[in-house]
Design a protein around this ligand. Sequence first.
Ligand code: NAG
Ligand code: NAG
Ligand code: NAG
Ligand code: NAG
Ligand code: NAG
Ligand code: NAG
Ligand code: NAG
Length: 675
Amino acid sequence: MELRELSAVAALVLALTGALTGALTGARGSCPPYNLSDARGLGRTFDGIGGLSGGGATSRLLVNYAEPFRSQILDFLFTPGFGASLHILKVEIGGDAQSTDGTEPSHMHHEDDENYFRGYEWWLMKEAKKRNPNITLMSLPWAFPGWVGHGKNWPYDFPDITAAYVVNWILGAKQYHDLDIQYVGIWNERSYDSKYIKLLRYTLDKRGLETVRIVASDNLWEPVVRSVLLDPELSGAVDVIGAHYPGTNSPEEALKTQKKLWASEDYSTFNDEVGGGCWARILNQNYVNGLMTATISWNLVASYYEDLPFSRDGLMTAEEPWSGNYVVESPIWITAHTTQFTQPGWTYLQTVGHLAQGGSYVALTDGKGNLTVVIETMTRDHSVCIRPPLPPFNVTSQNATFQLEGSFASIKELQVWRSQFNFKTKKSSFFEKLPPQKLFNGLFTIELAEDEVYTFTTITSGQKGSYPPSPPSARFPKVYKDDFNVRNPPFSEAPNFADQTGVFEYYVNMSDPGPHVFTLRQVVTERPVTWAADADQTISVVGDHQWGNLTVTCDVFMERVKTGGVFIAARVDKGGQSVRSARGVFFWVFADGTYKVTNDLAGQTVLAEGRSGTRAYGWHTLSLTVAGQYASGLLNGYPLWKNAVVLSPKSGWAAIGTASFEPAQFDNFAVVAEY
Ligand SMILES: *[C@@H]1O[C@H](CO)[C@@H](O)[C@H](O)[C@H]1NC(C)=O
Ligand SMILES: *[C@@H]1O[C@H](CO)[C@@H](O)[C@H](O)[C@H]1NC(C)=O
Ligand SMILES: *[C@@H]1O[C@H](CO)[C@@H](O)[C@H](O)[C@H]1NC(C)=O
Ligand SMILES: *[C@@H]1O[C@H](CO)[C@@H](O)[C@H](O)[C@H]1NC(C)=O
Ligand SMILES: *[C@@H]1O[C@H](CO)[C@@H](O)[C@H](O)[C@H]1NC(C)=O
Ligand SMILES: *[C@@H]1O[C@H](CO)[C@@H](O)[C@H](O)[C@H]1NC(C)=O
Ligand SMILES: *[C@@H]1O[C@H](CO)[C@@H](O)[C@H](O)[C@H]1NC(C)=O
């Protein structure tokens, strides 16, 4: 037995008189203590834990929550020492295109257009900053307006245009919202171009944004790691290698770049307790196994219709602005275990690692004597993330002894916070404050069960924030109307409309004599440089995915002469990145004086068609009723077609849209649904 083990055992006698026999004889009890020390220097600088809003439209419904619920949700996400207390907020630079669960508007729909008040990401960043002035802000495009690619589905043929477009967004953030964007990425999960990255660096510097740092490439480790190693100029431009879903590992080559390594998008797992377990495991092990110093959750908050792809893959759930109901899920409290007791700029100790019987521990310090240790013992089946596949491993209950040395040797007491997942009884407890842990000669022993998370820290603040329960969950109102006259000032989009291709914005026509001054207008007139498979039509969905029998009514106004077309729809079954294959009942009218009823958005399955007399630059009122297997339509209050047979889908959202990327307006939208 080595001397250090002897001294550890001696201390154990003091600390745990009762446990001595077990510690000496049990195979597990004979484990040497885990050393927590800064005596031989420190590890990497910690950059924080974050959430990602966007990629795409994942905060869409959040903005429409009434107070006080909206502020409460924001407090659970951002308020220091309250809930997740996030260190980083990453947002999408809207590109007018579908980016997973919806489209987000661009600040430049056209080359000669600039507007820094669209969408909700500006608002969200300001709300985060209000709560935590130190929050790190990051941004990344998923897609670009069509003009950036000059008609090609590719943003790098004119890299100067793309760089100027992205830099404008960062300048706009400062000029109009006083937001300092600290990091910017390249093109989410798509190819990068080294020439573009260098040009982006050059453009940032030229526009006075020398402090904005570049993350590359928000995809896999390779090939960007190799490019950075081979190209010193590229290496000079890139500050952070950001990988997505790294499975807690980074390759050795990545370390050779000497760059910060981040899991710049991770998690993406249904936010039940297995999701919480995934998050606990990767928050620790991204550093232990991969030396990653930031982990960012896709997504920040699940605020999109539950029937869109990747439902509830957020740190918490807020998908019912109409009821006010929201749910603080376990990932919020798992985040708090680290975020409430560390700050970006703290440093990991070199002494981090795996526990002998499974699980892991990390330790961080502020360099001024404070120490925070986070321990997780998540079992495999209770911590599976959506990707990559998780190999088998075993975790069993164990006693772990920690020996504090170096600057921490004289610490006498640590604050203790615990989460216990209990998958059998479903009576889990999260982020519970326990009595402080006493240390003797820098030693403490803890009895760890499976599926637990502990924080031991010198930081004496920390709080499990709470509000009265949010209102009960409720379905979307059966009767829903919007004349687009009353606007929520900071937002450009009408509540509950979730754009799936194209962008639908509030519009004011001051020369209209009265009834249609305030409308909702589809404004994307060219296919964007896409990230997902946007439809060839534009579409915004609204309401309840279980709506089967309903009447949808809307005034429509085509702006494209001869070739224009618009629709209203019911039972729309798909959105997000599957929007191209959406089915439902679509009632179209065209500027050439015809109408069509189709069973799909692509317009392939025609249920009825004929003359309508509709034209551009005139308002028409469309009404679509679906009941059981039959659908019928009215134009300006008169029957146009009836008894079209609709066998499937049986239910879905209501929707509005256009036949192509063309401008068109909508007014006096109404749904009356039966449940
Ligand atoms: C703990 O780690 C420090 C620094 O790595 C080392 O000097 C010391 O000997 C270690 N102590 C034990 C008990 O392993
Ligand atoms: C922001 O950071 C500064 C400097 O690290 C610190 O003094 C201050 O307390 C932090 N503010 C908040 C709200 O965390
Ligand atoms: C730890 O941090 C607190 C602030 O949270 C500070 O007051 C204290 O001096 C720091 N150092 C130690 C050794 O606790
Ligand atoms: C886990 O434990 C079981 C039972 O002891 C054993 O058969 C299996 O090989 C272990 N798996 C791993 C990955 O260690
Ligand atoms: C941990 O130590 C306690 C005594 O403090 C003992 O009862 C228990 O069996 C030990 N657990 C394990 C897994 O060794
Ligand atoms: C605005 O209203 C006027 C008057 O009704 C109409 O002629 C014009 O086409 C409208 N323009 C748009 C873009 O809606
Ligand atoms: C939908 O309408 C059909 C036909 O009128 C009717 O048979 C069915 O019960 C309705 N379903 C619901 C859920 O109201």
